[in-house]
Design a protein around this ligand. Sequence first.
Ligand code: SOE
Length: 374
Amino acid sequence: MTDEPLTVGVLGYRFMGKAHSNALARLPMFFPDAPAVERHTIVGRDEEALAAAADRFGFANTETDWRAVVDEVDVFYNLGPNHLHAEPSIAALEAGAHVFCEKPLAPTLDEARAMHEAAAEADGVAGCAFNYRFVPAIRYAKELIDEGALGEIHHVRGRYLQDWLVDPDAPWSWRNSKELAGSGALGDLGAHTIDLARFLVGDAAGDLTRVSGHLQTFVDERETAEGETRPVTVDDAYTAQAAFDNGAVGSFEASRFAAGHKNDHTIEIHGSEGSLRFSLERLNELAYKSGDGRGYETILVTDESDPYVDHWWPPGHVLGWEHTFVHENYEFLSAVASGEEFHPSFGDAYEVQRVLDAIERSDERGEWVDLDLD
Ligand code: SOE
């Protein structure tokens, strides 16, 4: 690697564009060993909004066509809507760029497979931004599980509850379209939970072997901001049962209609020697029930020996949602600079997509679907 900064091109300047641009801006101050980055070009369709975003997010150039960017930068961030994940990411990989793509990898299993195969053929690092892997408390939970603190894993229970669509007058967006998003709560929220479950117990319990899913749409049409009525063609909520290779049972759900829950991503794991419980709404904490403990203890995971914490503040000076993006960008860009593997890779994200696809097929068929048979 030269000492020249890595040039970064970013497709998308709204929510995820802001989250990752903020992360890039904070790396030099809090992770000074991170590779230097030049925020080179930001891509979007609305030139006026794009120019304002470029100014606020610190990008030198703007571009309305991603095709003009993918072979001009060292690293291409695909932060666009799901239906724009495959083509630009594959083009960037084929042009020799490193690619960081937001989750879920793609709207469909076929597109996810094409992205996975392109990444396998490419020289660049290809990562998928499952940011919750980079919460210190989640990293600590994985340390406990992998050192055997929970013993034999029996239960994995994950839920991701939001309520931004419980109002039937909430506007239609691309997230309500099967063509643009692929699925609703399942792919948007369930993808996070399935990835976290695979990350946390993939070594201790093995992978998911079969699933039984149920998808539900509560409001089947909404108005766009322009007043046009459009159909909702994806799930508003899903539930799924799962089996793991070691015999553990899994239960997963997500909803955009869970009134009172804003961003409540919770995962619980029970084993022969103890249990863990994590909630994103209390992301600095990990509830742990050890083998000889009478009940759960709440651990504040903010000691300087805890993952990433020493880069920030003294114990007890808690972190937030945005810090998970700083951590994942640090790890991804460090992997780009070192040539080492980055996880979650496109391969990891493809395995998540296989589970999402199996849950949808199970719902359509009304029966369990084996993951090994694909
Ligand atoms: C949905 O509202 C959403 O923004 C997801 O798309 C993100 O992945 C999740 O982290 C927060 O909620």
